[in-house]
Write a protein that binds this ligand. Structure first.
Ligand code: ADP
Ligand code: MG
Length: 246
């Protein structure tokens, strides 16, 4: 589904991703774990090209792009890859001037040029799947963090992306509000949504991840089935890191 090959990303002389290769299988949840600063967010941002890698190859479904220093990839290739992904963020990032349902409609109307009534209908269906029907006309400022994140999940899913990228989706939330978000993500996982998820939340990772990738200082130390990586990590570095998770 997603294949990353030898991705390098630097910010000035800070070499953040040092040749990351990774496969995210279709219909599974891949948890990306690693200490703060290890490059998890940068990797997610490279997948949807919010950041451009200096080199490497990205393939998602039938879209792909190869990066190398000095060559520019076409805007069409960028858009084709970007449309394969939806992303949710630690701090939700809803549009504050739009209601919940308008947030979910926004991309459908402005990017995909859907008629408003069709977009509204799809948005209301998605709000139902995240348990937010009753708050469709609420403003983000009047929603709890857990409710905002559920709206953000509906918004990310609106254009039917091939993969949902999640950057620490529960880490800004109190445990109780995190639970409602974990439950929504777990249901999406059961329904076969492909996800790549950076998280410090061991409960979230252990609940829904089928695969785990451990990133340390921009390099993948270990990757494998979640049960195996959590219960019997092969690398000492992984063992040490997992023992720090709560
Ligand atoms: P993580 O999500 O694992 O905490 P990040 O990907 O956010 O790690 O950061 C990895 C490194 O990349 C850090 O050293 C961070 O300072 C640097 N970095 C991330 N984004 C930028 C940026 N836009 N400009 C400069 N440096 C950045
Ligand atoms: Mg991060």
């Amino acid at each position: 589904m997603i294949a990353l090959e030898n991705i390098h990303k630097s910010f000035a002389d800070n070499h953040v991703l040092k040749g990351v290769s990774l496969v995210v299988p279709e219909g599974g949840v891949t948890a990306l774990i690693g200490a703060s600063g290890s490059g998890k967010s940068t990797l997610l941002r490279c997948v949807n090209l919010l950041e451009k890698p200096q080199s490497g190859r990205i393939r998602i479904d039938d879209a792909s792009a190869e990066f190398s220093p000095g060559t520019q990839i076409s805007r069409d290739a960028v858009l084709a890859l970007r449309r394969k992904t939806g992303m949710i963020f630690q701090n939700f990032q809803l549009f504050p001037h739009l209601t919940a349902v308008e947030n979910v409609m926004e991309g459908l109307v402005t990017v995909l040029k859907w008629p408003r009534d069709r977009a509204r209908q799809r948005a209301l269906e998605l709000l139902a799947t995240v348990g937010m029907s009753a708050k469709a006309d609420a403003w983000p400022a009047n929603l709890s963090g857990g409710q905002q994140q559920r709206v953000a999940i509906a918004r990310a899913l609106a254009p039917s992306p091939k993969v949902l990228l999640c950057d620490e989706p529960t880490s800004a939330l109190d445990p109780q509000l995190a639970t409602e978000v974990v439950e929504v993500l777990a249901q999406l996982a059961r329904d076969g949504t492909t996800m790549l998820m950076a998280t410090h939340d061991l409960r979230l990772a252990a609940t829904i991840a089928s695969n785990v990738v451990y990133l340390d200082a921009g390099e993948i130390v270990e990757a494998g089935p979640a049960r195996q990586v959590f219960a019997a990590p092969m690398q000492d570095r992984t063992k040490r890191f997992i023992s720090t998770l709560t």
